[in-house]
Write a protein that binds this ligand. Structure first.
Ligand code: NA7
Length: 539
């Protein structure tokens, strides 16, 4: 049965999503001569960078790193104006790539995939779009993104509000002018922290509704130093290669050689001061070997950051509220900001603690908290995040034959082999799926690695006359166990983060990314291939 070639199909490969991952998949798989098409819900390509147009949206990985490596001409030609790319700049870059490599002719925009069913007798995926189209192909690739399913909070009365509402992940392309308005921002993750300083400068008054204080570090953004750019470009191919040998997929940071406890208090302070002055996340996470495995070590850095907050925010009560105290530093995504804490010194900004007094209700004119305080608002910006990592795939009705549904398979949390395949769902690949390093790495590097892996696997199968690939259940079980073991040896699971699905009521609490590092992961993938696609069953 499995050996029979695929039935006649519309395409060889269906790609769901035309963000950074889907676009590279088009480019790479085309080279194999495959007939393919990417289906994209937006009316433009770019995924995350298409949807997240909120003010201040910026990448937290440096521009010279956060870019495609597959074409040296491209990486030499493109000029990033700033140390960290803004959303418009990154979207411009993605569109440039799409045009330069003629990718758009294989993208169908404004099309959301609702169903994907695999027929194992015909070895065929059939997808149905929201336009009632049906497309078939033997292979289906989920390039659906990790932070692509925006979530509004479950707050009573949310639909009653008569003012304007926005979600940072679905921001209107024409932008929003908050001048003269009383604005509420709910949420203080990256999206809240990046947008708050800018909204504060426009609004008549800004209320920030904070449930959890997060660690935010200065980005120290600025124009990209031409000398740094020149040197980086000179070394680009070697740097890209070296990146695969690092934990986060970012080269240029020498690994720490000692634990925090091996340094004196003064030495630690000096190191943290230097990291604070340099800006960015990696230098902090890399300050000491045990930063993410030893609570005491972590606390030394956490308290350093709290002291910076106390020194910046003039009102001591507000400063204390902004000090994170319920999770080790770095166990939720570390935020990079520009002037976030300083914003609370403005007379038109008020921080509201909705941990102690949660929002009871959104009303026609604003919102009310559980201590009876009411806030009249003209507009609300929900910076409340996403159903991360599994949300986009769970929104599609993915099933095999008449039974096996992805939602049932993942009822207790995602189970995958390498974050690339799900056992029992043949010929369906994921790009940076759960249990891969994706969100804990330089995302574009991880997308490229997965696409290359998938393309090589398909090529290998075609060369051998094989038509079906599935993950072996035992290999998947071993991988899931390994992912959990690695996570449990760190401080990561201690935080109520989107990494564990804690922001979505009812979502099973499972640590979803692989935190063993890009280096260990890449080595494992290379071994799998060297051993004849060990852990995959091909027929
Ligand atoms: P995040 O990081 O998930 O942040 C969402 C924020 O919204 C966070 O502060 C949440 O508080 C808050 N939130 C969520 N639901 C509620 C409700 N019901 N009431 C009050 N507050 C709520 O999303 P972002 O968009 O900022 O960033 C996502 C990633 O994009 C980021 O990590 C980078 O990788 C890029 P909580 O912490 O759950 O108490």
């Amino acid at each position: 049965m499995a050996k029979s070639p695929a039935a006649t199909s519309d395409l060889d490969v269906i790609i769901i999503g035309a963000g950074v991952a889907g676009l590279y998949a088009i480019h790479r798989l085309r080279k194999l001569g495959l007939k393919l098409r990417a289906y994209e819900a937006g009316d433009g390509v770019g995924g995350t960078w298409y949807w997240n147009r909120y003010p201040g949206c910026r990448c937290d990985v440096e521009s010279m790193e956060y870019s495609y490596s597959f074409s040296n001409d491209l990486q030499q030609d493109w000029q990033w104006p700033e140390r960290y790319g803004t959303q418009p700049e990154i979207l411009r870059y993605v569109n440039h790539v799409a045009e330069r490599f003629d990718l758009l002719r294989d993208v169908q925009l404004n099309t959301r995939i609702k169903k994907a069913h695999f027929d194992s007798t015909r070895n065929l995926w059939t997808v149905k779009t929201d336009k009632r189209e049906t497309i078939t192909a033997p292979y289906c690739i989920m390039a659906t993104g990790n932070l692509s399913t925006p979530r509004l909070p479950d707050i009573d009365g949310i639909s009653e509000f008569k003012g304007d509402t926005y979600h940072t992940g679905l921001w209107p392309p024409e932008g929003v002018d908050f001048s003269g308005q009383i604005v509420g921002v709910i949420g203080t993750g990256s999206s809240g922290v990046q947008s708050i300083p800018i909204i504060a400068r426009q609004a008549k008054h800004l209320y920030v509704f904070q449930r959890t204080a997060n660690f935010s570090l200065p980005a120290r953004n600025g124009p990209l130093d031409p000398e740094i750019e020149r040197r980086h470009k000179e070394e680009y191919p070697e740097r890209r290669k070296a990146a695969y040998g690092t934990p986060f997929g970012i080269a240029g940071y020498p690994p720490p050689d000692k634990n925090a406890g091996e340094a004196t208090h003064e030495e630690r302070l000096a190191a943290y001061e230097a990291n604070w002055a340099e800006g960015g996340q990696i230098s902090f996470l890399f300050a000491y070997k045990d930063m993410l495995t030893n609570a005491e070590a972590n606390e030394t850095a956490a308290e350093f950051v709290r002291n910076k907050i106390r020194a910046t925010v003039e009102d001591p009560k507000t400063a204390e509220l902004l000090c994170p105290n319920d999770h080790p530093m770095g166990t939720k995504r570390l935020i990079l900001d520009t002037g976030y804490y300083e914003t609370y010194n403005r007379s038109n900004v008020t921080l509201v603690d909705i941990r102690s007094h949660p929002i009871d209700e959104i009303t026609e004119t604003g919102l009310r908290t559980s201590n009876g305080s009411s806030y009249a608002l003209d507009a609300i910006s929900f910076a409340t995040g996403f159903d991360a990592m599994t949300g986009a795939m769970r929104e599609i009705d993915i099933r095999v034959d008449s039974g096996k549904h992805i939602k049932a398979k993942w009822a207790d949390g995602p189970r995958t082999y390498l974050g690339i395949m799900v056992a029992g769902f043949p010929n369906m690949f994921m790009i940076t799926g759960p249990q891969s390093p994706g969100v804990k790495s330089q995302m574009i590097l991880s997308c490229e690695q997965h696409v290359d892996f998938i393309a090589d696997a398909i090529d290998h199968m075609r060369a051998k006359g094989l038509v079906r690939i599935d993950a072996d259940v035992a290999a998947e079980n071993d991988w899931v166990e390994h992912v959990n073991e690695v996570a449990d040896s760190t401080l990561y699971p201690l935080a109520n983060s989107w990494y564990v699905g804690a922001n979505i009521p009812g979502k099973p609490r499972i640590f979803m990314p692989y935190v063993g590092g890009v280096d260990a992961y890449k080595k494992k993938c290379d071994e799998v291939v060297a051993n004849g696609y060990d852990g995959f069953v091909m027929s």
